[in-house]
Design a protein around this ligand. Structure first.
Ligand SMILES: [Zn+2]
Length: 425
């Protein structure tokens, strides 16, 4: 099936172009001003803006269950008094429906891929497969005293997930290696996971220097920052996806840059938990691949990548007291092409012939979208998730004009609410 999106303002790697995008199967086969013939289905872009789909590079999908559950708290009491006890009550059924609700929210907001770290990963993956979205899935590994990885359920589950799902859905599902963080692991396990990631050629997803306390306590324990400690354990031999990086030092940034690591910036979550602001401009200038994530809905409270884009842009400018910091086109790259790179997906992230057709059309009908002088500026500075008109992944339309093509969203919300009533209210 060949699809043509016409009459659309396209954000390309070079600039912006009004014209058409041709899609042949899973791939983009044409981008240009002229309207080519030979397509089976024509989608009218109706003066919308076409951008490469968003990659939510750091999420914990099932935490939509805790949207608004624990507010106005610092990270440590928030985790230990509210979130961990609530997570103890999680069941596969809760995660099954919560994942569908979260994915529906994401695809209706232009997200075409996400990197998740959690547990009950089978349920998250099954939801992703059903929906058609792309996902890099990491089973969070925490080990306080145990140093024998064969005795760690999380480690065994990672191996099982890799065998069962890596490459599933024609490559839409990838399994990442994972350490929850330095502060929830010991050196032996960090070294073992580093070796595992290297052996599998996997991305290693890990929380790094989210709060000042965590950063300084690591220095107290090891005489090293979290980044330097992970480097000592051999983690950076693999492509690391380091979430947060709020408190990273210049030396940490140099380690990340030298090893081609990615930093997932989560502006909403960092602001909400009072963690601080990541040095995004500094990391980008040093050559770190900075991407963008929502983090869990318990500390956000949504997965709206437009909000993350807007916050990323504003706080970069505000904290540097430099209005030229992180211009809209560069900000947009964090949300798509850099995210794709962080996921190890070189075949997507831009609208270009030969790339995977992961495309979002943002409508410009609403008053707040008039006038548009630059499509990238309109997407980053003015647009909202509700402006998304179409979300396509690997050439398949998952969402169009308010309609979900793959998920029964009403049922997912109903089932999730029923279980939330029983478990948490
Ligand atoms: Zn996180």
């Amino acid at each position: 099936m060949k699809k043509l999106i016409k009459n659309v303002n396209i954000i390309t790697p070079e600039g912006e172009l009004r014209g058409c995008i041709g899609v042949d199967g899973k791939f983009i086969d044409y981008v240009g001003a002229a309207e080519p013939a030979g397509y089976d289905e024509v989608i009218d872009g109706k003066n919308g803006i076409a951008t490469a789909g968003f990659v939510n590079a750091h999420a914990h999908l099932p935490m939509v269950l805790f949207r608004g559950y624990a507010e106005d708290m610092a990270l440590q009491p928030w985790l230990f008094e509210k979130i961990f006890p609530a997570e103890d009550k999680l069941t596969p059924e809760l995660v099954k429906w919560a994942s569908r609700v979260a994915i529906a929210e994401m695809i209706s907001g232009g997200t075409t891929s996400f990197s998740d770290m959690y547990y009950f990963c089978d349920e998250i993956i099954e939801a992703a497969l059903e929906s058609g979205i792309k996902a890099n899935i990491a089973r969070g590994v925490s080990a306080f005293a145990e140093t024998d990885t064969s005795k760690l359920a999380a480690f065994r589950e990672t191996e099982e997930l890799f065998a069962k799902y890596n490459g599933a859905g024609d490559g839409r599902i990838k399994i990442d290696a994972c350490l929850h963080s330095e502060y929830t692991n010991n050196e032996a396990v960090c070294r073992a996971m580093a070796d595992y990631a290297l052996e599998k050629g996997a991305v290693l997803h890990v929380h790094v220097s989210e709060t000042e306390t965590e950063h300084n306590e690591c220095i107290g324990r090891h005489g090293l920052t979290p980044t330097a400690f992970l480097e000592k354990c051999g983690c950076y031999r693999s492509p690391v996806l380091a979430a947060h990086c709020v408190w990273v030092t210049d030396e940490d940034i140099a380690i990340m840059a030298a090893n081609g690591a990615s930093a997932a910036h989560n502006p909403s979550s960092n602001l909400k938990l009072g963690s601080g602001v990541a040095p995004v401009a500094k990391m980008l200038a040093a050559g770190v691949n900075v991407c963008l994530g929502s983090d869990g809905c318990s500390s956000n409270n949504n997965t709206d990548m437009f909000t993350e884009l807007h916050f990323a842009s504003l706080i970069a400018k505000g904290f540097a007291r430099d209005p030229q910091a992180l211009p809209s086109r560069q900000a947009l790259a964090l949300a798509n092409v850099n995210g794709a790179k962080a996921q190890g997906r070189a075949d997507t992230g831009v609208i270009e012939a030969g790339k995977r057709a992961d495309i979002v059309i943002v409508g410009t009908d609403a008053p707040h979208m008039h006038p548009v002088y630059s499509a990238a500026v309109a997407v980053v500075q003015s647009a909202r998730a509700a402006d998304v008109r179409l979300t396509m992944v690997d050439g398949e339309v998952l969402y169009k004009d308010g309609e979900y093509k793959t998920l029964d969203v009403e049922r997912a919300i109903f089932e999730m609410e029923k279980l939330v009533d029983k478990t948490y209210r």
